[in-house]
Design a protein. Structure first.
Length: 132
């Protein structure tokens, strides 16, 4: 019976985490001026690098939250915190680099790498801070 409880807990955390990632991608792509999905379908490497780094920057603290959470509710709360942190990172990069979306739309790889790297670095730091 213990293994069934473990499998159910895994399934719950995995499915809830997956749903949070989908929600994050939806919200983040609505916040940005550029359309990540269209740009990536058009083979825009800058958009793929920026969005890919941002997704990793969200998933890393989400994984930390899954490891450290004491309940599903706790997991959801820390998932929301990770989402807010990623949106703040995007806002900070916009302050530093006005016209970021235009640069990404114009296939400026440096802008895409910078955005993705900032999101990834922020996510790693966020995850480390979640190890209470």
């Amino acid at each position: 019976m213990h293994i069934i409880d473990s499998i159910l807990a895994f399934a719950a955390y995995f499915l809830i985490g997956f749903a949070m990632v989908i929600c994050f991608m939806f919200i983040y792509s609505r916040i940005t001026v550029h359309n990540e999905w269209r740009l990536i379908r058009e083979n825009n490497l800058a958009a793929a690098l920026a969005f890919g780094g941002t997704i990793l920057g969200y998933v890393i603290p989400l994984a930390s939250a899954a490891i450290n959470s004491v309940s599903v509710t706790d997991f959801l709360i820390w998932g929301a915190v990770a989402l807010v942190v990623q949106l703040l990172i995007y806002g900070c990069v916009l302050l530093y680099m006005p016209g970021l979306s235009t640069k990404i739309m114009n296939r400026n790889h440096a802008a895409g790498v910078f955005m993705g790297t900032c999101a990834l670095a922020g996510g790693i730091f966020n995850a480390a801070c979640m190890t209470w």
